[in-house]
Design a protein around this ligand. Structure first.
Ligand SMILES: [Zn+2]
Length: 185
């Protein structure tokens, strides 16, 4: 098991120390992200190195996860592997943020010293997610008539219910119907 990761980090202090952080964050702890997923199972593997480029404190590293995103066609879960490099420079003003070069993205700190570690991870994951995730195969929208036949076909291959339980259900339904009919009289 990897060591538990800190909830809050001070990127400037960590950069001064050339510190590194490695561990896993549960997807369920990332509220904004989890709200967009089909389920919040699993973890995000996080590896971050803090350092300095000139006067700038930097955060570089890598995050990876397999997220269960919701297919926008059939609404079922799609396993979406994400493997993303992080390259951030800590800035205290938007003017500085616009001046960053070498592919650094701004990690904006206003007056606070510490920020939630999960914000860095969550922002990166949100950026990495596709706008409209879909299955690679030709999945079918739940309300299309094509899908109905696909489903009954599937049921024929691997029946969820035994024919007897369906028969019993039908008989019950009949009984109910006659019952209702008799009360109406
Ligand atoms: Zn789909």
């Amino acid at each position: 098991m990897l060591a538990k990761m800190p909830e809050f980090i001070d990127p400037i202090l960590l950069a001064d120390r050339n510190a590194s952080i490695e561990g896993e964050l549960p997807v369920s702890s990332l509220d904004r992200l989890a709200a967009m997923l089909s389920n919040d199972d699993g973890n995000v593997a996080v590896k971050l190195f803090f350092g300095k480029v000139g006067k700038l404190a930097t955060v570089e590293g890598h995050i990876s996860a397999i997220l269960a995103v919701k297919c926008q066609r059939c609404l079922e879960a799609v396993e979406w592997p994400i493997s993303s490099d992080i390259k951030l420079a800590v800035v205290h003003s938007l003017a500085l943020a616009n001046k960053l070069s070498d592919g650094y993205e701004p990690l904006y700190l206003a007056d606070e010293e510490k920020i939630p570690l999960k914000n860095i991870v969550e922002d990166e994951l949100l950026l990495s997610l596709p706008d409209i995730p879909k299955h690679q195969h030709d999945c079918i929208a739940p309300n299309s008539p094509k899908n109905m036949s696909a489903r009954s076909h599937k049921a024929g291959e691997a029946p969820m219910e035994s024919p007897f339980s369906i028969l019993a259900e039908l008989q019950n339904q009949k009984k109910l119907e006659t019952k209702n009919g008799s009360t109406k009289k």
